[in-house]
Design a protein. Structure first.
Length: 250
């Protein structure tokens, strides 16, 4: 089996006496969607924040493509191939759709903040931005102010901004939140395509979407992993049924 694109071992995060994440390990592999589910307060968002570097681990290790990333800042993890979206859409609402994607592509460059760089005239950056917009279905919408897009289109743009950084690993934190059925169906199909050449971690409450998309499922409760496996295995796992349905675990 190939080396994981991202691997976490024994992750812990403590907030005082609260153990938000306790001894969680997982491996994300290229070509797979690995979904993490669990009841509210299970530690899912804390876990994704540890993987992205938005939170520091209390214990445990994280590696990207076999190299340690435990102490790296979010921007350095981004340059190492990690991209993520957030529960709340994070775009530049007063900028155009194209400029949002262009800024994301530019930020991935080694000299992203150079005051002497002509970002608008950088053909490679512009091509990368346009390619990302094309992948998410926003071609023809480049000149629209991003804040005027529908909620679903803003999610598409956020994913385009992730793709513009050329990630090998993508972390998606509740990408379907607040969507209607038609928008959700489009995003589900978009997520399905993201695993081509990449590893994807999906945190999502829509169980129909999760079981439709996931190749591997990890289930958390009270900060710990209680089950992991193929979707059809997890669906009937006694501990999962106990956590979600209140059935006694056997």
């Amino acid at each position: 089996m190939s080396e994981p694109a991202l691997e976490a071992e024994g992750l812990c995060k403590h907030f005082g006496g609260l153990k938000a994440v306790s001894n969680v390990s997982l491996a994300l592999r290229t070509g797979e969607i690995h979904a993490v589910i669990g009841p509210n307060g299970a530690g899912k968002s804390t876990l994704i924040n540890l993987l992205s570097g938005d939170l520091h681990v209390s214990a445990g290790t994280i590696s990207l493509a076999g190299r340690s990333a435990t102490g790296l800042s979010p921007d350095r993890r981004g340059r190492a191939g990690l991209g993520r979206s957030y529960q709340k859409t994070t775009i530049f609402p007063t900028s155009t759709v194209f400029d949002n994607a262009r800024l994301a592509a530019q930020a991935h460059l080694p000299k992203a903040l150079s005051p002497f760089a002509d970002a608008r005239g950088n053909a490679a950056v512009n091509e990368r931005a346009q390619a990302a917009l094309d992948q998410v279905g926003l071609q023809g919408r480049e000149d629209i102010t991003a804040g005027l897009l529908s909620h679903g289109e803003q999610r598409q743009l956020e994913i385009a901004m992730v793709l513009a950084t050329h990630p090998s690993v993508i972390l998606l934190d509740e990408p379907l939140a607040g969507m209607g059925q038609s928008e959700a169906r489009f995003i589900i199909e978009l997520i399905r395509k993201l695993k081509q050449g990449r590893a994807v971690l999906l945190v999502e409450h829509d169980m129909d979407a999760v079981f439709s998309l996931a190749d591997i499922l990890t289930v958390m409760a009270d900060g710990e992993v209680i089950a992991r496996g193929l979707p059809e295995e997890v669906r009937v796992h006694p501990a999962v049924r106990a956590a979600y349905l209140g059935e006694p675990a056997v």
